[in-house]
Design a protein around this ligand. Structure first.
Ligand code: IMP
Length: 438
């Protein structure tokens, strides 16, 4: 029997529209758990008049009966997190008693941001175009075994000595390398000790909590952040984030083992976007790119940066489905393509005169790629808000069928607008979801 869990993650470079999909699916789950990243993520959910942009809090909490869990794989700035909780409470959403944070998650402190900002702007450094939230330096400290975990944040004497020692080191490094002004450890301690007290009731062993829910017959959804091609191992390194955004990250980042991952649902737009630096083989550099950006409102939910837009990339999607063992695909923003007469889709890569569908491991290889396109017919008809598959124009159905056939995963859902109702759920997928909750 399959475990009563599902994982939802991004197929490309993030911003695939996972927030809405997690929201739509979460009514079927007892808990939704984040497993990687931090407040570099920005999940937008629109419900009627309300727009929620959640960066750390799992989108599942918008459903009144769903528990939200922040797993051990996440890096969390307590001051930012408490602000987000306050913002969510102001919308009238009651999350008391159903939001929990892993005692093993790592803490982001102000010196992580200081180091990142200085390093990203220093002359001669490779610019990744990060979100400047201190994510990378916090994961560096985790791997260097010098990080502070949430459990340590709650221990005031340990917190004090950690901050003093870390500030001495980080201030010296930042000053020597980048001429940065030092941070004050006493103020930092006061701020974070106060935040720790507010955090205390939310902190628990979330691995135990999630395994306990499953043991009692409950169901869990794992909510991915960022996307497969931003994964530290499988993405377009070094233009990646610092965590495991792919399917395996859910086990590492929550303490629920891999055989308990019931199915993997990969979310892809009908086209592709990317923010920040790094290779993007199918990027569109002409007016059509502008048109997609405007129509799809392709601006970062966290940083407001314009997103780079490109055509669907089948080799990349196939690679992503393989890395994630993705069973299902969810295609979002289909309606953004409504006005196009023809839609190019990349079906291969030409590298040094040879056509291949292998994703080069090195960035220079990716930059040297000449995408090979086939052209599919556009539908020139509105699909905005369509909620039934049969109501889609034939050319749109052909486009989806092509994507499904070439990518190796089944399309389970299609999103045709920002609202919960602007969603097509295909019968086989609905049956599979019913099976998870049976
Ligand atoms: P970091 O995660 O802030 O270290 O940024 C590393 C790279 O990941 C940059 O290119 C960011 O733009 C990108 N990135 C991080 N989080 C997201 C996200 O939620 N959506 C899209 N891109 C992201």
């Amino acid at each position: 029997m399959r475990a009563k869990t599902a994982e939802v993650l991004g197929a490309q470079w993030g911003d695939e529209g996972k927030g809405k999909i997690v929201d739509v699916l979460s009514e079927r789950f007892s808990a939704v758990a984040r497993y990687a990243g931090g407040h570099n993520a920005g999940h937008t959910v629109i419900i009627g008049e309300h727009k929620f942009v959640l960066q750390l809090i799992p989108c599942g909490v918008i459903r009144p009966n769903c528990m939200g869990v922040i797993g051990n794989g996440v890096v969390l700035d307590p001051i930012y997190f408490l602000d987000e909780i306050d913002r969510v409470r102001k919308t009238g959403l009651d999350i008391d008693g159903r939001l929990f944070v892993s005692n093993r998650a790592q803490v982001i402190l102000p010196y992580h941001r200081m180091i990142e900002l200085a390093a990203e702007t220093a002359p001669g450094r490779q610019k990744i175009g990060t979100t400047s939230k201190g994510i990378g330096p916090a994961y560096e400290d985790k791997m260097a075994r010098s990080g502070l975990r949430i459990i340590d944040l709650l221990n005031t004497s340990l917190l004090k000595t950690h901050i003093e020692a870390a500030c001495e080191e980080k201030n010296a490094i930042a000053h020597a390398l980048f001429g940065t002004d030092p941070l004050d450890p006493a103020k930092m301690y006061d701020d974070y000790a106060a935040a720790a007290e507010r955090m205390r009731p939310l902190v628990t062993d979330t691995g135990r909590l999630l395994n306990g829910i499953l043991a009692k017959g409950g169901s869990v959804m794992f909510e991915g952040a960022q996307g497969t091609m931003l994964d530290i191992d499988h993405g377009t390194y070094p233009y990646v984030t610092s965590s495991s955004a792919t399917a395996g990250g859910a086990s590492i980042g929550t303490g629920v083992g891999p055989t308990a991952i019931g199915t993997v649902i990969s979310v892809t737009k009908a086209y592709v976007t990317r923010v920040g630096g790094g290779p993007f083989p199918t990027e569109i550099h002409d007016a059509i790119g502008e048109q997609l950006r405007a129509r799809g409102n392709e601006y970062g939910a966290v940083t407001g940066r314009p997103r780079r837009c490109g055509w669907l990339d089948i080799p990349l999607l196939r690679y992503s489905n393989q890395v994630n063992s993705a069973e299902w695909l969810v295609v979002t923003k289909l309606d953004v393509l409504d006005e196009l007469e023809e839609i190019p889709v990349c079906i291969g890569y030409e590298i040094d005169g040879k056509v291949s569908d292998e994703i080069p491991a090195d960035v220079r290889g990716l930059e040297a790629i000449k995408p090979v396109y086939t052209t599919l017919k556009g539908w020139r008809q509105s699909t905005e808000g369509v909620a039934e598959y049969d109501k889609l124009p034939q050319a749109a159905r052909d486009y989806l069928a092509f994507q499904e056939r070439e990518s190796g995963a089944k399309i389970g859902m299609i999103s045709t607008g920002p609202d919960r109702d602007h969603t097509i759920v295909l019968p086989e997928f609905a049956a599979a979801l019913d099976g998870i909750n049976a």
